[in-house]
Design a binder for this molecule. Structure first.
Ligand code: NAD
Ligand code: UDP
Length: 313
């Protein structure tokens, strides 16, 4: 069947890779974005495609569209960007979810929510399993994002229970790859850009905090597995279980770029999670999914992307 897929945040980093993957499967793509952190350049190569359409729209406002499947990805994901206008971030998460769930209910579409490992906050359980309720500060600098995503999950499950909307909820762990913004502010793009420019590598805190990094092609495969699966609503963790300290990441990036960059230490941002690693047993069992791209391999692709981009500018 050829589905009409609505992808909110489709001009963003993950959204644009998802648009491409769906077109490659022969499906229709309706990409919706307000270009807050998304770029036309991410989807410029898709604009002439006969099965691709672009809608400039802000998801906090309702919209009437027709779609068989909705991927709700609109929301700035980098702490720098989501903290720029916290009230707007909450609105995007909550009103965006309400608008898309209302649409899904009206047109009887299956709808997938891009939730996040941030729903676990600064976790006291390690690695994180889906049944862990999290440790989130409701009034800190990350709350607009963390709590916004938590409310969105609640809305998804309430629409499912109350209105039988066919939901899917995935919790995405740190994902990286080509098409992140040069000034994105997230750790992988920051380190790669700094290393390529031979500028100091900005380590926040002492660099002992850990993250697990998933390459974007692995994530997109997981998203599609979840959307295609019947009788499983999630939430399900999607991420790479390899765990690295931020210092280890910096060293890898320096090594792979052959950079002369030195480490430069900065204060740790407030409420920065200390450890993060997904338990992906559920994704393995229910979706038969696991990542295949090793950090070094994914970093090489990412470095090549930023290297070409920086040379152009
Ligand atoms: P991104 O910032 O590149 O993409 C977000 C997209 O949403 C952008 O194109 C932006 O312009 C658009 N957008 C933001 N507010 C909007 C609004 N009000 N109306 C319409 N469009 C709007 O970030 P990303 O990394 O591609 O993340 C995509 C989704 O995945 C987000 O929902 C994010 O929370 C989630 N996620 C990402 C990660 C990750 O590591 N990349 C981890 C967990 C969850
Ligand atoms: N970080 C860092 N230097 C940077 C950017 C981020 O040391 O230039 C750290 C940040 O403090 C966090 C980790 O890297 O501990 C991941 O940060 P990111 O913003 O990528 O995502 P988060 O998982 O915190 O949402």
């Amino acid at each position: 069947m050829t589905y009409v897929n609505l992808i909110t945040g489709g001009a963003g980093f993950i959204g644009s890779h998802l648009c491409e993957a769906l077109l490659e499967r022969g499906e229709e793509v309706l990409c919706l974005d307000n270009f807050f952190t998304g770029r036309k350049a991410n989807i410029a190569h898709l604009l002439g495609h006969p099965r691709f359409e672009l809608v400039r729209h802000d998801l906090v406002n309702p919209i009437v569209l027709e779609a068989d499947r909705i991927f709700n990805f609109a929301c700035p994901a980098s702490p720098v960007h989501y903290q720029y206008n916290p009230v707007k971030t909450i609105k995007t998460n909550v009103m965006g979810a309400l608008n898309m769930l209302g649409l899904a209910k009206r047109v009887n579409a299956r709808i997938l929510q891009a939730s996040t490992s941030e729903v676990y906050g600064d976790p006291t359980v390690h690695p994180q399993t889906e049944d862990y309720w999290g440790n989130v500060n409701p009034i800190g600098p990350r709350s607009c994002y963390d709590e916004g995503k938590r409310v969105a999950e609640t809305l998804f499950f309430d629409y499912h229970t109350q209105n039988q909307v066919d939901i899917r909820v995935i919790r995405i762990f740190n994902t990286y790859g080509p098409r992140m913004l040069v000034n994105d502010g997230r750790v992988v793009s920051n380190f790669v850009v700094q290393a390529l420019r031979n500028e100091p590598i900005s380590i926040y805190g002492n660099g002992d905090q850990t993250r697990s990094f998933c390459y974007v092609s692995d994530l997109v495969r997981g998203i599609l597995c979840m959307m295609d699966t019947d009788d499983f609503h999630g939430p399900v963790n999607l991420g790479n279980p390899g765990e690295f300290t931020i210092l280890e990441l910096a060293q890898k990036v320096i090594e792979l770029t052959g950079s002369s960059s030195q480490l430069e230490y900065h204060p740790l941002p407030e409420n920065d999670p200390t450890r993060r690693r997904p338990d992906i047993s559920l994704a393995r069992e229910r979706l038969g999914w696991e990542p295949t791209v090793a950090l070094e391999e994914g970093l090489k692709e990412t470095i090549n992307y930023f290297d070409a981009l920086l040379r152009e500018s």
